[in-house]
Design a protein around this ligand. Structure first.
Ligand SMILES: CSC[C@H]1O[C@@H](n2cnc3c(O)ncnc32)[C@H](O)[C@@H]1O
Ligand code: ZN
Length: 434
């Protein structure tokens, strides 16, 4: 058992205790040591004085191993970025490099308060290993791209089936499978149909890139005569499965109707979209239809970090900026995108501190200049905080204590990641200006 004592909560005044038993929050109350008659020898006590406890954040769209691509290809549009840099480097990746990139990403996420991430990538065995070692929670999909080629498709289908079965067999409460067809402009109709069928068979979510750039919408229209959401709807892609659609930057009214009717979850990735010059998703319009909005960082090649606090802040700010309306996306709402909504999107009992829910808890040290005066704490977490958190529990285990990783040696990981990067750029002929 773990007892976090005298901690401040976001929604209530005064100090509270949180009792964790196994991987769940057992009780939230005052003086729990006495009230629950807990023997001090059976409990690890964490002093929560001068700390706030918040739910662990949820990142609903990323490619975690891309941490080792940080900064390699800045300031270029998506297609050029993918074709001339990223896919070239990715062709040189192997399970070991993906493992190293994953470890680096888990350290970065945990240290900035993210406890769950929804990922799409390849060499999944490397990702699984990194997730298991670090203690983070993840929903993992094998990212499938067939570029309309039958041979590639068969390979992708086999890999996908293998990974789904492996994750289900592992039966680990921290790792769940999802299905990851990359996007309608890189996947054939057959691959998209397969994705839908297998997701339905195993009752797991689909994770896909949608309507990120104008260019890809043009490609899909030329191929199918329809916009991407209309096309997927025409092949019944949304029937009976939960689809998490990353980006959704350029949407017609008809597509917004489809998203609403089919209860598609939107993963808003404002920083990646700004950096690649893709555009700004119409979040206020989607909220009017009660569409579930969540937040993602995308990979470190296009962000260039995994700090969801930055997405919370930017998602409140940009929509005020473009609508000239400071009431647009209040901080309260963008904070919910990254917590409650993220949990709902992934069908996980996370994103809220509630008895019976999974014990994914983040402690923020309040003795920081940017969090004073502490009265309007939620506002500070949205608009003033840099994301550096003190302590993190995931699935009832302390994975970060006093700012230090407990399960893994972060400095060794930094070294490994430097070496992995040097090897990669040596092997790949990419154009670099510096
Ligand atoms: C097949 S695994 C995932 C695949 O997606 C690529 N990727 C990373 N960021 C983006 C993005 O913003 N749009 C489209 N594709 C992206 C990643 O490099 C992998 O190849
Ligand atoms: Zn992506």
């Amino acid at each position: 058992m773990i007892l976090i004592r005298d901690v401040r909560l976001l929604e209530s005044n005064g100090n509270w205790d949180i009792l964790v038993e196994g991987n769940r929050i057992k009780r939230i109350g005052r003086n729990l040591l006495e009230k629950e008659s807990i023997d001090k020898r059976d409990v690890e006590i964490i002093d929560g004085k001068n700390m706030a406890a918040i739910p662990g954040l949820v990142n609903t769209h990323t490619h975690i191993p891309m941490t080792i691509f940080r900064g390699v290809a800045d300031d270029i549009p998506l297609m050029e970025w993918l074709n001339n840099y990223i896919w070239k480097m990715e062709s040189k990746l192997n399970e070991e490099l993906v493992y190293i990139g994953t470890l680096l990403g888990t350290v970065e996420m945990i240290k900035s308060g993210t406890t769950t991430f929804n990922d799409m990538y390849f060499h999944l065995d490397g990702i699984i290993k990194g997730v298991l070692e670090s203690g983070i929670r993840a929903v993992l999909s094998y990212g499938m791209i067939d570029l309309f080629d039958e041979e590639k498709r068969e390979k992708e289908i086999k890999n996908c089936e293998k990974i789904v079965k492996k994750i289900i067999k592992m039966d680990n409460p921290r790792i769940k499978p999802a299905i990851g067809p990359h996007a309608p402009y890189t996947c054939s109709k057959e691959l998209l149909t397969f994705s839908h069928e297998i997701a339905r068979e195993y009752n797991i979510p689909v994770h896909i890139h949608m309507n990120e750039t104008l260019n890809e919408i043009k490609i899909v229209k030329e191929k199918t005569g329809m916009r991407p959401f209309e096309y997927l709807n025409s092949i019944e892609f949304f029937e009976g499965v939960k689809v998490i659609a990353a980006h959704c930057v350029h949407l017609s009214d008809r597509e917004i109707d489809i998203i609403e009717k089919k209860s598609v979850v939107v993963s808003h990735n404002p920083i990646s979209n700004l950096k690649l010059g893709s555009g700004i998703a119409p979040i206020p319009k989607l909220l009017e239809k009660n569409i579930l909005i969540t937040l993602g960082t995308d990979g470190c090649g296009s962000n260039n970090n995994l700090n969801i606090f930055e997405e919370i802040k930017i998602s409140s700010l940009i929509h005020k900026g473009i609508s000239l309306d400071p009431t647009s996306i209040p901080g309260e709402v963008s904070f919910k995108f990254a917590t409650l909504n993220g949990g709902k999107a992934l069908n996980l009992e996370v994103g809220v501190l509630k008895e019976g829910y999974l014990a994914d808890i983040v402690l923020v040290d309040l003795r920081k200049p940017y969090l004073i005066p502490v009265e309007n704490l939620k506002s500070h977490l949205v608009y003033a905080f840099n994301g550096v958190v003190d302590t993190v529990l995931i699935d009832g285990n302390v994975v970060l204590r006093d700012g230090k990783m407990t399960n893994i040696d972060e400095y060794k990981i930094y070294e490994m990641a430097e070496k992995a990067y040097s090897k990669l750029v040596e092997d790949v002929d990419i154009k670099r200006d510096n």
